[in-house]
Design a protein around this ligand. Structure first.
Ligand code: ZN
Length: 342
């Protein structure tokens, strides 16, 4: 018998004392605590800065102290991710009203291979690192993370079988499956996966030095330059909603459909997983031209004699000047490259 997890079943989601993951306990859904009337959106909010009543409710459900629950939220464990480096629900452009829609809550991205391995061991975990906007490729399996439906109650299904209940995750393309990649794609994914891990580690390191008066660290400079290049790549450079990243996209990591719109997003947090990967791939090619030469060769503008000049030219004078005014925040080698390109 198959059934969806209803709001009353959120009692079956357990928060345990692990540093970076949430455990989903495969108990039968009907054993969930029905007295809480737990709204599904609560899970979308728990990882950000959950308000007191939600913390108290989770504390009751899990029988863990409130301070432990707080440590396992994004704001408690990785304050440096907020607000621009956590995966929030995707921005959407409402074409009728011509306005940007920004739904509340996080967006879950999951690695199918991790979840299948979890199932074999008896219980599944949602890793907190999957909520980091710098992570689009699993650091263990080096395959792309899949984006769940943008609401948890539609994304998470509990199926009962003779072996006991199992959770499965649904994506926009159906039930989550482990994809297969050829050797060349796997090589590119591994390369990009390593870059993403570097960025995530820099973000985590930055969390611990937030508010420090010692000046910008190497990690902080890396994050600053990536934020500024992301801003540039998400800028619209055509009346039809074409963004700069459309001109620079690489063949293995193309911009997904649907982003040639008028959403004025400027950070990765509101982009879907494929757009984030596209942007990060271009950023990696710009920052590490030697290491990413093979990837850059798949994008005509990135393998031109001066991709940095191309970027500034496509951006137009005003925005290029604004970008260059941020150069003091960047690593010195990249700053010099960009200033020479100007
Ligand atoms: Zn994995």
């Amino acid at each position: 018998m198959a059934g969806c997890v209803s709001p009353a079943d959120w009692g079956s989601v357990e928060f345990l004392d692990y540093s970076d993951c949430h455990r989903i306990s495969p108990r039968p859904a009907h054993t969930g605590n029905r007295t809480l009337g737990w709204p599904p959106d609560a899970l979308m909010e728990i990882d950000l800065g959950p308000p007191e009543p939600i913390l108290q409710a989770f504390s009751q459900v899990t029988r863990l102290s409130q301070s432990v629950i707080e440590r396992h939220t994004v704001v408690g464990a990785n304050p440096g991710w907020l607000p621009e480096w956590v995966t929030l629900r995707t921005a959407a452009w409402n074409t009728t009203d011509h306005r940007l829609v920004l739904p509340a809550g996080v967006l879950f991205n999951v690695c199918p291979a991790c979840l299948y391995e979890d199932s074999d061991k008896g219980c599944q975990f949602i890793r907190m690192k999957w909520l980091c906007a710098a992570m689009t490729i699993c650091d263990e399996h080096l395959i792309p993370l899949s984006e769940c439906f943008d609401s948890v109650d539609r994304a998470l299904q509990c199926r009962h079988s003779p072996a006991g209940p199992r959770f499965s995750f649904r994506t926009r393309k159906g039930v989550l499956k482990i994809p297969f990649y050829d050797q060349r794609s796997s090589k590119m994914l591994a390369l990009m996966g390593k870059f993403e891990q570097t960025v995530r580690l820099a973000l985590t390191a930055r969390s611990s030095t937030l508010g420090s008066t010692l000046g910008a660290s190497v990690d902080e400079k890396l994050i600053s330059v990536i934020e500024d290049l992301t801003w540039a790549l998400l800028q619209m450079v055509g009346f039809d909603g074409t963004r700069l990243v459309h001109h620079f996209q690489t063949l293995p990591f193309p911009v997904p459909r649907g982003w040639r719109d008028l959403s004025p997003i400027e950070t990765l947090s509101r982009a879907d997983v494929s757009l984030r990967r596209s942007v990060l791939a271009v950023v990696a090619c710009l920052l590490r031209p030697r290491q990413f030469a093979e990837l850059a060769r798949t994008a005509p503008r990135l393998c031109s004699p001066s991709p940095n000049s191309e970027l500034l030219r496509c951006l137009g004078t005003t925005r290029a000047n604004w970008l260059l005014s941020r150069a003091h925040r960047w690593p010195i080698a990249f700053r010099e490259h960009m200033e020479r390109a100007a």
